[in-house]
Design a protein around this ligand. Structure first.
Ligand SMILES: Nc1ncnc2c1ncn2[C@@H]1O[C@H](COP(=O)(O)OP(=O)(O)OP(=O)(O)O)[C@@H](O)[C@H]1O
Ligand SMILES: [Mg+2]
Length: 493
């Protein structure tokens, strides 16, 4: 059976299609539907994933890794007490292993294939890292649909929507995504998407934590960010999250602080919290406005405003969205579960067609003439339907050029300061290529938004080749093989 997995920043979940054709969540070994994306290494080398690891965060801080998804596509290492330095891919693979193991026990069958969702705004390196994590976990990741798309599929299925446009507002633990998805019978088409990389509940906790830290510093001269309070800080950040969640159902909440000699009940009101997150909310609203604009739509073209992600349960978010859109935001689906359930629908093939779009423009660094300033020349614009194959022509600047240096860009802006460089590639040229020889750079972005680049040099004879992209922020094949072997030896509980 192929399952759907929501590999979240704070929680992960798996879902499957039951014999009646209904998507259902898997219960983990603790009987819960959500598994914290937290990994802990025990003294004997056993790796514990989920609630047990989360509960140990305070006492075993240095042996615990959380919010690894924030670091996907980076070369960050997590050094655990055994001395092993885990990559974000490895930590994610351990989470996937646990999710799959629990699903196998729950469903009573072996699972080899899965659909794993990713934030719509994930870039090339983050998607590549997620795919590699799946491979390391021994999982064939058949597809990596975007989280808001999966949520829209679930909403359309559960509400029996025949035709309509859904605007998904997905505010989770670490990322924000907004997508407009058009449903037509058994087909789903994403019209436009956008997001913010580091915005979510995890950062709201930080705001409350900073508030408490400022308070303690002012009143007691106590600096909780000092190394000596490392364990207390861990505990305080869990309390900050708790306080935030309480504020979704109450107008004020207390944080009981016990640090050193300090015993204090710090009260935080909902109004105070709303003030803290207003700026973050404003950024999400701008993104939604941009997505509507990219789709050439206004609110009157939208039939449903769907809230997804645990942080969308904050009443302020729904209130502001109600004002902004003039629509009633939908709470009909459980915001924590919709993505995994939609992933299961995706895996089942119940929808005949799910067409997504590319979330970032892709191109190369070019010049508008010899000596002119460098700029970002976009080849595949953002929001192009996937899979996408597009090309652009460039011309060699001098006679007998020895090589072409292709720098692959990700981002919309012409100004290179605002885009990232995915990779730099050298294409060696045969001797005697005259100036102004046409070079066609072709980009192919597959369904999973993984990029392939080809170059055609219009010389005699013509040269056409696929270019290996050395992704500097991802692992290479030998590193993957090595880290997979290491993971095979680890028992995950
Ligand atoms: N009732 C609530 N009120 C406020 N915040 C909540 C509530 N319930 C959960 N959260 C927050 O939601 C976040 C987790 O949401 P969710 O499980 O959707 O995220 P995720 O899938 O792990 O993250 P992402 O989608 O960004 O990768 C956490 O920050 C959690 O504190
Ligand atoms: Mg999520």
């Amino acid at each position: 059976m192929m399952i759907g997995i929501d590999l979240g920043t704070t929680f992960s979940a798996a879902a499957y299609l039951d014999p009646d054709g209904n998507p259902q969540l898997v219960s983990n070994s603790r009987g819960a539907r959500l598994t914290p994306s937290v990994v802990m290494e025990e003294d004997d080398g056993t790796v514990v994933v989920g609630e047990d690891a989360r509960e140990s965060m305070v006492l075993m801080g240095d042996a615990v890794v959380s919010t690894v998804k924030d670091y996907m596509g980076t070369d960050r290492k997590f050094v655990l007490p055994s001395g092993t330095a885990y990559t974000p891919e490895q930590v994610s693979a351990l989470i996937l292993k646990k999710i799959v193991k629990d699903a196998e026990e729950f469903l009573g069958e072996e699972i080899r294939q899965a659909v794993v969702t990713v934030p719509a705004y994930f870039n090339d390196a983050q998607r590549q890292a997620t795919k590699d994590a799946g491979r390391m976990a021994g999982l064939d990741v058949a597809c990596m649909p975007n989280e808001p798309t999966a949520a829209a599929l679930y909403y359309a299925w559960s509400s029996r929507m025949e035709k309509g446009r859904i605007l998904v507002y997905d505010l989770g633990g670490g990322t924000f995504d907004a997508s407009i998805v058009e449903i037509c019978g058994k087909q789903a088409e994403v019209v436009a998407t956008g997001g913010i990389r580091k915005l979510g509940g995890h950062f709201f906790d930080q705001l409350i934590l900073n508030y408490a830290a400022d308070y303690l510093l002012e009143k007691y001269g106590l600096d909780v960010y000092d190394d000596e309070y490392i364990d207390e800080l861990q505990e305080l950040s869990l309390k900050a999250e708790n306080c935030k969640i309480q504020l979704s159902s109450r107008t004020s909440a207390q944080m009981v602080i016990k640090i050193g000699k300090v015993r204090e009940k710090l009260e935080i009101t909902r109004a105070q919290f709303e003030k803290m997150i207003a700026g973050f909310y404003g950024r999400t609203e701008s993104t939604v406005r941009m997505v509507l604009q990219d789709a050439g739509m206004s609110w009157k073209d939208i039939d449903k405003l769907l809230l997804v992600g645990g942080s969308s349960k904050i009443p302020y978010i729904a209130e502001r969205l109600r004002e902004f859109s003039g629509m009633e935001p939908s709470h009909e689906t459980n915001p924590d579960e919709a993505v995994a359930l939609g992933a299961a629908l995706y895996a089942s093939g119940l929808f005949e067609k799910v067409q997504d779009v590319c979330s970032h423009s892709l191109g190369i660094v070019s010049r508008r003439g010899a000596g002119a300033e460098k700029y970002n020349s976009v080849i595949i614009p953002r929001n192009t339907a996937l899979p996408a194959r597009m090309s652009r022509d460039y011309y060699t600047g001098t006679n007998d050029m020895k090589k072409i240096c292709l720098e692959i860009t990700e981002g919309e802006d012409e100004d290179l300061d605002y885009v990232s460089i995915l990779a730099g590639i050298e294409i060696l040229l045969p001797p005697g290529i005259p100036r102004n020889t046409r070079v066609t750079v072709e980009m192919f972005l597959n369904q999973n938004q993984l990029l392939h680049v080809y170059a055609r040099i219009h010389a005699e004879p013509e040269i056409y080749k696929e270019i290996e992209i050395p992704r500097s922020s991802n692992l290479d094949e030998s590193e993957i093989a090595e880290q997979t072997t290491l993971l095979e030896r680890i028992v995950v509980q």
